[in-house]
Design a protein around this ligand. Structure first.
Ligand SMILES: Nc1ncnc2c1ncn2[C@@H]1O[C@H](COP(=O)(O)OP(=O)(O)OP(=O)(O)O)[C@@H](O)[C@H]1O
Ligand SMILES: [Mg+2]
Length: 479
């Protein structure tokens, strides 16, 4: 296999900083320098850079340079090195397509690891793509099932941020899969072989929470007859999943902030601090923005964990994922019960589609399990579903144009409905467009009068793979 080829985009040129020496040390990589994306070499045309390092220098390079780079080659993983003080700006780089962000002062220490990791994951991703194409199965990602556009956006975001050093906030109603997000992030990160430690801040009494999280020294309080390591230290090298983070009492919010900022902690009763290397994934089903507004959650801590936010859509906005999940749960329950998989009658299916699912995936799972236990035959009918669900769904069915794709979004507000319509339009439009040009993205971009990079991103977010339409005469239509 050939050596990885890296391009460094740095306005200061090849001798800009010490890290270029570092890269040189990473022999035998092939490294090329350019001072701007539009420079002497055409990054898109050059067959096969495996990775780009973009050095942001204030006044000279901006987020626009990153956009140009993504536009030039949407599949190229990009490591950004910069000196932002502002967390928001770091989040922006990631949202604009950077694979990783490194603060310049850590570049010497972390660049090697970041390169190895980014290269490995981008190779893995390429292999996964091929595999997925080969075995046309219903779309799934890690332990998630579902292929609705809002869920695909979540998968893309997880892929993008998992290998970063940033802490992450996961929000979403109860039962939407916040813990699955945390696990997926851990498994896709370089920390995957170190512990994943979940802790539910809402389930532990305030008086115990501090020593549970931070540990304590012997004699720290009555009954502390031995030193005890806290969960944050247990997670050293790995990921700490802080579930229900909104329930943290104020004193612990302050202590946690220190861990996040300094990566050090003080055990209860200890004089000295201990360094820890944890990545924090925090989750909440509460409205943290509002809690910051009314002073019940520290603003500085909020800013620190909200660098990247992954918001899970409620089940009612996931369209036919409801059917997909219901069938999956029915077949799994069937297997557990030693009988054939359940199927849903058309009416039962309509009820599932039109109910609002306040308990989301967890509620759906329970409803299916219960129905399987009750249904006398293999077909699950309306009678096998809980009365209150049938009644609530019935109201929805009558109040909207039944059976429509958009019906499930109908119970929510204007923005949710608009987003559902737009997503549906995009999916149909792009499918048709890419079919007509037989997978030629440049031709598609011209036809739709959209920049090529933008079109690439749109196709990605709808999981439309142009190469599947290449040379497939049966699928394409004459223009
Ligand atoms: N997309 C999905 N595909 C398959 N299973 C899912 C999906 N989303 C959630 N689940 C399952 O639903 C259950 C609830 O998920 P999870 O515990 O991650 O939710 P949560 O958002 O943490 O909920 P809570 O706020 O109540 O803690 C789990 O059993 C999980 O495996
Ligand atoms: Mg949970």
């Amino acid at each position: 296999m050939r050596q990885p080829r890296i391009v460094i985009v740095d306005p200061a040129g090849p001798n800009g900083l010490a890290y270029s020496k570092l890269v040189a040390r990473l022999q035998p990589l092939e490294v090329r320098h350019t001072t701007s994306v539009a420079d002497d070499m055409d990054i898109a045309q050059d067959d096969g850079f495996d990775l780009a390092i973009l050095v942001i220098r204030s006044g000279r390079t901006t987020i626009k340079t990153l956009d140009q780079l993504v536009e030039a080659d949407p599949d190229l993983p990009i490591v950004v090195i910069g000196n932002e003080d502002d967390e928001e700006a770091v989040g922006d780089y990631l949202r604009h397509g950077a694979a990783t962000y490194l603060p310049v002062e850590n570049a010497d220490r972390d660049l090697e690891g970041a390169l190895v990791e980014t290269l490995t994951t981008s190779r893995q991703r390429a292999a996964e793509k091929t595999l997925r194409r080969a075995i046309e199965r219903p779309y799934s990602f890690e332990d998630f099932l579902g292929e609705s556009p809002p869920m695909k956006a979540v998968y893309t975001l997880i892929e993008r941020v998992a290998t970063n050093f940033v802490d992450i906030l996961v929000t979403g109603e109860t039962g939407t899969g916040k813990e699955l997000v945390a696990q997926a992030i851990h498994r896709r990160s370089r920390r995957k072989d170190a512990p994943f430690v979940p802790i539910d801040c809402g389930a532990i009494p305030d008086t115990l929470l501090e020593s549970e999280l931070f540990g304590h020294e012997r004699g720290a309080f009555t009954g502390a007859d031995a030193r005890r390591i806290g969960l944050i230290e247990v997670a050293d090298g790995g990921t700490l999943f802080l579930d229900e983070v909104a329930e943290l009492p104020p004193a612990l919010q302050a202590k946690l902030l220190r861990v996040l900022q300094e990566r050090r902690l003080r055990r209860v009763g200890a004089r000295k601090e201990t360094p820890v290397d944890v990545r924090i994934v925090a989750a909440t089903s509460r409205d943290l923005d509002a809690m910051v507004g009314n002073g019940t959650f520290r603003r500085d801590l909020f800013y620190r964990i909200n660098v990247v936010r992954i918001s899970l859509p409620p089940l009612r906005q996931r369209g036919d994922d409801i059917g997909l999940l219901a069938e999956f749960f029915a077949s799994r329950t069937g297997r557990e019960m030693g009988r054939t998989a359940g199927r849903f009658s058309t009416d039962a299916y309509q009820v599932l589609r039109h109910y609002s699912w306040p308990g989301n995936v967890r509620e759906l799972h329970n409803v299916v399990r219960r129905a399987m236990a009750l249904a006398p035959e293999d077909v699950i009918d309306v009678d096998d579903l809980p009365d209150e669900i049938v009644a609530a769904a019935g109201k929805n069915v009558r109040s909207v144009f039944a059976d429509s794709e958009k019906a499930s979004a109908e119970s929510s507000g204007f923005f949710a409905q608009r987003a559902a319509h737009v997503a549906e339009f995009e999916q149909e439009y792009l499918q048709e467009l890419i079919k007509q040009v037989r997978g030629d993205v440049s031709a598609a971009a011209r036809k739709a009068q959209v920049p090529r990079g933008t079109l690439y991103r749109l196709l990605k977010s709808h999981a439309i793979d142009p190469s599947r339409f290449r040379g497939d005469v049966n699928q394409s239509q004459p223009e």
